[in-house]
Design a binder for this molecule. Structure first.
Ligand code: ASP
Ligand code: MG
Length: 402
């Protein structure tokens, strides 16, 4: 007998009809004599609706009350699913985050799980129940309801899997796994049978929003095999997220695109120890999140520094730099808006020669200029003009997956 954690996202539990389909997936595991813990999201766009309703009342509501409100969607789903299972003669019980409890820190709207009490769940499992857990929510040490950040039900599911020592965590969603590119850009992307945690982390932080980032981090830390599969496709095998992806010998696993990026260049910075540090300390003091950083190695007494921020942070960044102009003591501060970051991701990048050349060739053949390049062990990213970004994804995808 195994223990399986299944997670069903908002689109999988959107209607009563769909809850029946969910019940079938649960039943399949029970028939295999497995114990099942189910984590669910709010139905459909419930969380969005709650936030919209909140805005009608208050622009800046108390963070505590915000979490009390937005956590309610999941409570509706657990009760309904539990009832639906009972109707089919399956013994089930619903539990909210605080009933378990899933204890988090007090950072409302973006709380992190500190620990999970397993006893309540294991006792209900032992008594033959399917345990249905409200995703996305927890409780802090003072008894306040907290939430884990949008999309956080994935994290609830993987954290529960780790804590309970589950054999598998199945994340059911409306797509059939992890794909090599966004199907809105590449009509027939390739489905990956397996991707590594590291690749998945890059993929989910780069706009391929299949999984909540923190759930992958937890999966990696506690070695939880995560299957991403479709609720709606019969016999979906999905994609396995695991330690390594030796199953396939692909050079890259995906091409991603991240929009709304701007690049700032600080020209003629004094080439003295501590200059770069002071600049980024200044940005960090103003909570400006910097992504790519490139520093040129001048032979002269000055150096140039370029970095990217989200378009939304650009006005604030320019203001901060302007206000500290004397301190920074640079010749010029330039910026460039409307850029996109296009990246290739794959554990094969580090050990296969010519990957960068292939990527750049695809861009060259399509007359696409690169405004910046960065690389890591498993990723190469380039900045391109936003209006060329889709073409860049297509060209690169074609190069590697033809
Ligand atoms: N219902 C929450 C959200 O919409 C959590 C989740 O779906 O994972 O963000
Ligand atoms: Mg989600």
């Amino acid at each position: 007998m195994g223990l399986i954690v299944q997670k069903f996202g908002g689109s999988s539990v959107a209607t009563t009809e769909k809850l029946k389909l969910v019940a079938e997936h649960i039943k399949k595991e029970l028939d295999l004599k497995n114990q099942v813990v189910v984590v669910v999201s709010a139905q459909g766009k419930t969380t969005d609706r709650l936030i919209a309703e909140e805005k009608e009342i208050a622009k800046n509501p108390s963070p505590r009350e915000h979490d009390v409100l937005v956590s309610t969607g999941e409570q509706i789903t657990i009760a309904k699913l539990s009832m639906a299972l009972e109707q089919q003669g399956i013994k089930a019980i619903s539990l909210t985050g605080w009933q378990i409890p899933i204890v988090t820190n007090s950072n409302y709207s973006n709380s992190r799980i500190r620990y999970i009490h397993n006893e309540t769940i294991t006792e209900y499992l032992r008594a033959g129940n399917v345990v249905i857990v409200a995703g996305f929510q927890g409780v802090d040490e003072n008894g306040n309801i907290t939430t884990l950040g949008r999309g956080g039900s994935d994290t609830t599911a993987v954290a529960l899997s780790a804590s309970l020592g589950a054999d598998r965590c199945d994340i059911y969603t409306d797509v059939d796994g992890v794909f090599s590119a966004d199907p809105r850009i590449i009509p027939e992307p390739r489905k990956m049978d397996a991707v590594s945690y590291d690749e998945m982390l890059e993929l989910s932080s780069m706009g391929a929003k299949v999984l909540h980032n923190r759930c992958v981090e937890i999966g990696k830390k506690y070695d939880v095999p995560i299957y991403v599969k479709s609720t709606f496709e019969k016999n979906s095998i999905g994609s396995l997220v695991t330690k390594d992806n030796n199953l396939e010998d692909l050079v890259i696993n995906g091409v991603t695109k991240d929009d709304y990026i701007s690049r700032i260049t600080v020209v003629g910075l004094e080439n003295k120890i501590g200059r770069t540090y002071s600049l980024f300390k200044l940005l960090s003091e103003h909570s400006i999140n910097v992504d790519i950083i490139v520093q040129s190695f001048g032979e002269h007494i000055t150096k140039d520094l370029a970095f990217t921020v989200k378009m939304g942070d650009l006005p604030k960044t320019l203001e901060v730099l302007e206000n500290h102009k004397e301190e920074i003591n640079a010749k010029e501060i330039l910026h460039c808006e409307n850029l996109s970051k296009v990246s290739i991701i794959g554990v094969g990048i580090a050990n296969k020669p010519g990957v960068a050349a292939d990527m750049f060739e695809a861009l060259y053949e399509n007359n696409i200029n690169m405004h910046m390049v960065t690389t890591s062990e498993i990723k190469i990213s380039v900045l391109v003009d936003a209006n060329k970004a889709d073409l860049a994804v297509k060209a690169i995808h074609e190069k590697f997956f033809k």
